[in-house]
Design a protein around this ligand. Structure first.
Ligand code: SF4
Length: 511
């Protein structure tokens, strides 16, 4: 059974045969890196959404495992006319698929429900609303269920409705949106039938598929975890920072191809003629790297920083965005603000003051306490310095104003006072070769203020902060354990605002 090709293997193969081959034949390399906090959060979210969706089709019998026993148990349950099965398993002698929720009609027809943690809207239903991977996922199941000798009544995608707003208990019929996509499934099944023999031959052979690793022509964000393994011989000592890291180079794929086809992987070796084919942003990144020293537009930075009126507040939020709305007034994936850190500087000569931070770990929605504390501490005058204003302004503040309209005026005032320090770097007013084309505070801080770092922190990034808070409010812990995690969270968030102050101070020092 362990040699069977699963539905997931097929989807990986469809995306890239090289990668699927690695998954099967070199799992130690394919799985070399443990899932990141962010990836783990996605996995946990998927399980939680499936668990919730089962309540829509309650009373089902769960099947455990991915083995012959699971397939046999499914067959037995279907013979006994079981109405609903979770993770019903099907296999021929080579392929395997499990169905999230399977319903059996009175006439014996099977109805397949594939639960996805993604957002959709029943109001926007159309062809573009169906993700290709979801379609092939469902079609593979239909193909295998039919091969096992059953008749399929219909195949449904079950997703979260992004327009749903929780009021009281979760209304599952409104939260979830099930859509039959049979007509699309039928169109791709012939393609699956053509794919399967090719895939079985490629994955059945211990010889790696021929041909280059196609992602050599794509930007870094499109590379899978085995990219470095496949390309270590050609990328050599630029394996961690190469032409693939030019900012948003994936959108200039033909230009990237020109470099790759000329065997130019090292940014230091891009010719003047090739530099000129890129837009201004990438050109600057390349030239800074080639010169090996920072490029600073002192006058423009002076102009930006002169907009700041005292007192200055350095502000950073932390939030958690569950797929299933946890409190009234929230939509799927809307952010729950549970923490902020705040530093204040009254005048240019003042000592930086750390304002009492906010951290909430009780049951219930933190929003009223969060915004009340903010209002008391941040006042109505002075500029508010953040890093990447979209988060504080749009994802948090605007939604708080919708949930708590009595704070709308205060929130509008806060938004109008925001100054986004990141723009100095995203607009390339200050570029340093060691930023590697990024304007993230995690990249900028250690270059400009090397004594400060996120590396040693217990909680070291936003995903860790989200997951830690979620554990704090959902898991059983001793008071001491809770206090320890709370302190780690306070240290992390405080560093974000202190880092902004230090970066601002550094910039003021050079202009
Ligand atoms: S980097 Fe791209 S082409 Fe290479 S194995 Fe991964 S997915 Fe396939």
């Amino acid at each position: 059974m362990s040699n069977l090709i699963s539905k997931t293997d097929y989807l990986v193969w469809k995306d890239c045969p090289h990668n699927a081959w690695m998954k099967k034949w070199k799992p130690e390399i394919y799985n070399a890196l443990p899932p990141s906090e962010f990836d783990q959060h996605l996995i946990d979210t998927g399980s939680m959404v499936e668990e919730e969706a089962r309540k829509l089709y309650s009373g089902g019998i769960p099947i455990e495992g991915r083995d012959e026993g699971a397939v046999n148990k499914t067959r037995d349950l279907l013979e006994k006319k079981t109405a609903t099965i979770y993770q019903a398993s099907f296999s021929d002698d080579k392929l395997f698929a499990a169905v999230d929720i399977l319903k059996q009609g009175k006439d014996g027809e099977l109805y397949i429900y594939e639960v996805k943690a993604s957002n959709s809207s029943r109001l926007e239903e159309g062809d573009k609303d169906i993700d290709e991977e979801h379609l092939f996922d469902l079609a593979f199941q239909v193909y295998l269920v039919r091969k096992a000798g059953y008749k399929v009544g219909a195949a449904y995608l079950v997703r979260l409705d992004k327009e749903y707003v929780r009021l009281g208990d979760i209304d599952l019929n409104k939260l979830f949106y099930s859509r039959s996509i049979d007509e699309y499934v039928e169109k791709v099944i012939p393609k699956i039938e053509r794919d399967i023999p090719i895939m079985l031959e490629q994955l059945g052979s211990s010889k790696q598929p021929n041909g280059p690793c196609g992602c050599i022509y794509k930007g870094r964000s499109r590379h899978c975890t085995t990219f470095k393994y496949h390309n270590k011989d050609i990328l050599k000592d630029v394996i961690d920072y190469s032409v693939h890291d030019l900012t948003a180079v994936g959108r200039s794929q033909k230009k990237l191809q020109v470099l790759i086809d000329s065997n130019v992987y090292d940014i230091a070796k891009i010719s003047e003629e090739d530099i000129e084919m890129f837009g201004e942003k990438i050109q600057k990144q390349i030239r800074v790297h080639q010169r090996g020293k920072a490029n600073i537009d002192f006058e423009a930075i002076r102009g930006e920083l002169s907009k700041l009126e005292f007192p200055l507040y350095f502000l950073d939020y932390e939030s958690f965005n569950p797929a299933i709305p946890r409190f009234d007034g929230y939509k799927p994936y809307q952010h729950i603000p549970f923490q902020f850190s705040l530093h204040k500087l009254d005048t240019i000569d003042s000592k930086l003051e750390e304002i009492e931070p906010f951290f909430y770990m009780e049951k219930g929605d933190p929003t009223p306490f969060f915004i009340d504390h903010l209002e008391k501490k941040i006042g109505r005058v002075g500029r508010i310095v953040v890093w990447n204003r979209t988060f504080e302004e749009s994802l948090i503040n605007k939604n708080i104003a919708l949930r708590l309209p009595k704070y709308a005026e205060f929130i509008n005032g806060v938004n109008s006072r925001i100054f986004d320090l990141m723009t100095i770097f995203s607009k390339q007013l200050h570029i340093h070769p060691d930023f590697h084309g990024s304007a993230s505070i995690k990249k900028v801080l250690p270059v400009l203020c090397p004594s400060l770092s996120y590396k040693e922190l217990e909680v070291g990034n936003g995903s860790e902060a989200m997951n830690t808070w979620n554990r704090l409010v959902t898991e059983d812990m001793t008071k001491e354990q809770k206090e320890e995690l709370k302190q780690s969270m306070l240290v992390y968030c405080r560093l974000d605002t202190f880092a902004m102050y230090e970066i601002w101070k550094y910039l003021m020092g050079i202009i």
